[in-house]
Design a protein around this ligand. Sequence first.
Ligand code: 13P
Length: 194
Amino acid sequence: MDARQALVDCARRAYAEGLFSGTSGNLSVRTDRGMLITPTSVRYETLSPEDIVHLRPDGAVLEGRFAPSSEWRMHAEIYARFPAVGAIVHTHSPHATAFAAANRSIPESLIEMRFFLGGEVPCAAYAPAGTREVGLRCCEVLSGRGGCLMANHGALAVGRDLGEALLRAEYIEDSAKITLLSMQLGGPVPLPSE
Ligand code: 13P
């Protein structure tokens, strides 16, 4: 399938699942020349393949009628640091973002976290939105992980492709929701090592 259409389908699905509010969040896939990324501040209901922006890693627009996501620098930093990453899904999904607002990591207490996310979901240190530092802070905690939280901001999932990145974004939100519920029952128990 065309990569632009795949990005739109993925964005709409994530929006329908409640992983974004308003125009928050952004998604990208790596290309030979840089990345295809969602445009800034466009509502997901109206997003079409022609709205997707083809960007070079330095931010130069190769093709696109809209400005790219304001977080393109974060995406570029992650692609530069992790060659195996082929897609990135950044959400403001509510339960995961509650942990990010509290600057707390999601502790590893569920089997899916180990299989799909590489263990706990660490919280990257705060950096102002739209800066290269957002990406640098995420890179500090992403090694061996399927994603991370971004302090006072949201959540981020990476994958070899868009399908894997979306699945991880879904599991990050699910893990956060279940962890918050288990906190009302005395707190989650760490997942045993074997
Ligand atoms: P964009 O609309 O520019 O992608 O920004 C949304 C967002 O979530 C910023 O972190």
